[in-house]
Write a protein that binds this ligand. Structure first.
Ligand code: NAG
Ligand code: NAG
Length: 240
């Protein structure tokens, strides 16, 4: 009897330890599990206490055409430094965040098993990103696909002209949502609301609380139903 209770508990704690509030997605460079990374570089440093990125990934995030994705920010002339810093921050956020669990979905892509979808971004982070890039140029709305990769890095395909940023992305919402195929969701929530994820922060990571909020309130009835069912299954043997 006690043996079976112990075994159930062991199984259940294993099942529940897939902790949506503290996990790394299965993608190209993410660690298996989040943990402290004392040496995270410059803009990625805020994730030092608990990160899904390694120190190497964090420095590479600051490089043009880094080995991470061979991605060329300067595909329509040099990207301005004030614009590029947001793409570096975006890379840090994507690679290092341990609190994206509620928005991780299967990706079905050759280079990653999982991706993020509709992460609610704070208004300031999206708006400042667009404001700082609005005098730059690009040729595409969706930067995930449709490039000419024949030279090993992304170039504008022949049929896509370089245009003013604001012609390609008329609004912050258009940019934040379209650029990475809806990885981000535009919101009108401010950083103080606790209702949106902060790409830029200092001090303690504020995003765990936000993820917790969405996990408990918003995200998929199905998922919380599954969790409740699992919990009941796990607790039942203790009560009986
Ligand atoms: C990161 O690791 C890659 C692959 O091992 C290596 O080529 C690169 O030089 C490293 N980058 C840094 C900044 O250490
Ligand atoms: C995943 O990709 C494969 C191959 O491209 C395709 O056959 C399959 O339908 C895709 N599955 C989903 C769920 O999109």
């Amino acid at each position: 009897m006690w043996l079976s209770v112990a075994m159930t508990l062991a199984l259940c704690s294993g099942a529940l330890s897939q902790d949506k509030l503290n996990m790394c997605m299965t993608a190209k460079h993410h660690k298996t599990n989040p943990g402290p990374e004392g040496q995270l570089y410059l803009q990625c440093a805020p994730w030092r206490e608990n990160a899904c990125c390694t120190a190497n990934t964090s420095s590479e995030a600051h490089e043009d055409n880094s080995y991470l994705y061979n991605f060329n920010w300067n595909h329509c002339g040099a990207m301005s430094p004030q614009c590029k810093k947001h793409f570096i921050q975006d890379t840090c956020f994507y690679e290092c965040s341990p609190h994206l669990g509620p928005w991780i979905e299967e990706a079905n892509q050759s280079w990653r098993k999982e991706r993020i979808v509709n992460v609610p971004l704070c208004l300031e982070d999206c708006r400042d990103w667009w404001e700082d890039c609005k005098n730059d140029f690009t040729c595409k709305t969706n930067w995930h696909k449709g490039w000419d990769w024949s030279t090993g890095t992304n170039k504008c395909p022949k049929d896509k002209q370089c245009r003013k940023w604001t012609d390609v992305f008329p609004t912050p919402k258009a940019m934040c949502e379209e650029i990475w195929s809806n990885s981000y969701l535009y919101t009108t929530h401010s950083k103080t609301s606790g209702l949106c994820m902060q790409m830029w922060f200092t001090g303690k990571n504020p995003n765990r609380k936000v993820a917790e909020y969405y996990l408990l309130n918003n995200v998929g009835q199905q998922r919380s139903f599954a969790l409740t069912a699992l919990l009941m299954l796990c607790v039942a043997p203790l009560i009986m």
